[in-house]
Write a protein that binds this ligand. Structure first.
Ligand SMILES: [Zn+2]
Length: 563
């Protein structure tokens, strides 16, 4: 099982300041690493052997070790027995990389079912459609079931697609095709290596998150091509293929893994890469199911910043200012990471966390979290700029998809800082970020007040301010002053024609944070925390509420809404 062994020196824990000599085992087949790890663990007393870098995908380790990434343009020297990657042509920092022209198809399988019935594996195949994602040309395969299966194999071989997109390939299409091909005794070859479709080794997993039960089916993989299940891909739904390409590159995750990964897993991969480049070992822990979270969930779950309770009721002349990626920017600028907050090496550090007297920050080294965030923050800012300055609609779309994908990783980064499932998570780092956040928001409130604004509401990274008879340049100069004094970028989300902060349902005298609706000067409606936005609201009710809001949004003032 073991090919070679070495005794390199590594940082055993991320918080260690000295390297230790460790035993490194190189395996003949990397897929045995978990098996071997469990065996070693059983050989000693509990905790006698400490194991690292166990549950990292071998593809990921390969990317890290060779400093390469998916979709990288590079030369390969094959003159020796090993592959030698020469990637000077492309760089993970590049924002103008060229991608191959992929041949992508949508695959749909229709079982013979009576109307209104849920399809089952025992239903035979009625037809299959293959659609080219770009040209939308569609091939419809019909006939006897055995003919359909043969035709499907033939067409896939002829088209030779790079990506196969399905709407439920992991949970239905591929397991169903596998089942039907067994019944018909057809070798269903849909990959590039001539290997018939296999049943996936693992069953899917169910997990519980925020009061709902979810099921994550195991991935249906094809050798030599990428299968993406669009129902099972958060990244694809939020930012499309361009966002997926960007994430796979930056986070060094195989494309089929990246498409199914939670954003947290993408973030972790980027941190593992930086840890490995800095000789830090990655602890092995039983990995729990990861929970995909929405932006709203994350902000609510992790609310630890300053909250300035909203002034209830209807208001005019209100503007909203939002800090740009505030939490990740705090982590990046203040060097906040598991190993830098209350570090072991500089207890007399001049870098202190506000309000928390015994919290200091390392002066000697950059943390893995800030190192990992740098590329996300800087590339996102570049893509946003490029999106706003290009006139080419195609490019605009590409830049937007990429910056959206990066935004999601940034949003998740804070939750992961204190998340006990994250390998490099630590609650103190989490607390430090919140302390800086409160200081920045408080400073912002003081600045706005000194300019004659009334503060209506402030939470986490947003502030709502009110002033009658403002002149054009008021907000611009306020923004500049906030940025100069706090050192953090802020943007004007917009000015409202009117905005309503609603009271608590249980107690009508109490205001509730982050529950409001309003209409911007350009007529756009913005709402948070009210029924139309909540997942537990009946669709009918939410539609009615949305309809009423749309009518109200045409009114330019409180008086017009009443009329
Ligand atoms: Zn230190």
């Amino acid at each position: 099982m073991i090919k070679e062994y070495h005794f390199p020196s590594r940082y055993e824990l991320i918080t260690d300041t000295n390297r230790s000599q460790v035993l490194e085992l190189e395996l003949k087949d990397s897929t045995y690493s978990l098996k071997l790890a469990k065996k070693i663990e059983r050989m000693g007393r509990f905790g006698q052997f400490r194991l690292y870098n166990i549950d990292i995908l071998s593809e990921q380790s390969y990317f890290y070790e060779h400093d390469i990434f998916p979709l990288m343009e590079c030369k390969v020297d094959v003159s020796n027995s090993k592959l030698n990657w020469m990637g000077n042509e492309d760089n993970v920092w590049s924002t103008e990389y060229e991608l191959p022209l992929f041949n992508n198809i949508n695959l749909k399988v229709y079982p013979k079912v009576k109307e209104g019935k849920i399809p089952r594996f025992t239903d035979s195949i009625a037809s299959v459609t293959i659609q080219n994602c770009d040209t939308k040309d569609t091939i419809n395969i019909q006939g006897s079931e055995i003919d359909i299966l043969y035709q499907l194999v033939k067409q896939i071989e002829k088209i030779n697609p790079d990506f196969i997109l399905t709407e439920d390939g992991d949970s239905f299409t591929f397991p169903y095709l596998k089942y039907r091909s067994e019944i018909n005794q057809v070798d269903l070859i849909l990959d590039r290596e001539g290997i018939p479709l296999r049943r996936s080794e693992k069953d899917g997993i169910s997990y519980f998150s925020y009061g709902k039960i979810y099921f994550k089916p195991s991935a249906a993989k094809l050798f030599g091509r990428i299968h993406i299940d669009t129902y099972n891909s958060f990244v694809l739904n939020e930012s499309g293929l361009q966002g997926l390409y960007e994430l796979a590159r930056i986070c060094r995750l195989p494309l089929h893994t990246a498409s199914r990964a939670s954003i947290g897993k993408c973030m972790s991969s980027l941190q593992f890469y930086n840890a490995m480049r800095n000789d830090i070992l990655i602890p092995w822990k039983p990995t729990l199911a990861e929970h995909p979270k929405s932006l709203g969930d994350l902000l609510t779950a992790d609310r630890g910043g300053l909250i300035f309770e909203p002034t209830m009721g209807v208001h005019e002349n209100v503007a909203e200012l939002d800090f740009v990626s505030l939490y990740p920017t705090i982590m990046f600028k203040k060097n906040i990471s598991a190993e830098t907050v209350i570090c072991n090496c500089c207890s007399h550090s001049k870098l202190r966390v506000p309000e928390l007297l015994n919290y200091h920050i390392c002066e000697k080294r950059r943390g893995i979290v800030p190192i990992s965030l740098e590329i996300l923050l800087k590339k996102r800012a570049i893509y946003k700029n490029k999106k706003n300055s290009t006139a080419n609609p195609e490019l605009k779309k590409i830049y937007d998809a990429r910056q959206t994908a990066l935004k999601w990783v940034l949003v998740t980064s804070f939750g992961y800082l204190g998340f006990n499932n994250a390998k490099f998570g630590r609650i103190d780092a989490h607390i430090a970020v919140c302390a800086f956040d409160r200081q920045i928001l408080l400073q912002t409130i003081r600045i706005a007040e000194s300019h004659g604004f009334k503060i209506l509401h402030a939470i986490v990274d947003s502030i709502w301010i009110q002033k009658k008879d403002t002149i054009n340049n008021d907000y611009e100069s306020l923004k500049t002053e906030i940025e100069n004094k706090t050192g953090f970028p802020i943007s004007l989300e917009g000015t409202y024609k009117w905005i309503v902060f609603v009271p608590s349902k249980n107690n009508t005298i109490l205001p509730v944070s982050n529950r409001y609706f309003g209409v911007f000067e350009d007529g756009t409606v913005k709402m948070r925390g009210i029924e139309a936005r909540r997942h537990d609201t009946a669709e009918f009710f939410s539609n009615v509420q949305q309809g009423i809001l749309n009518i109200m949004s045409e009114a330019n003032s409180i008086k017009e809404v009443r009329d």
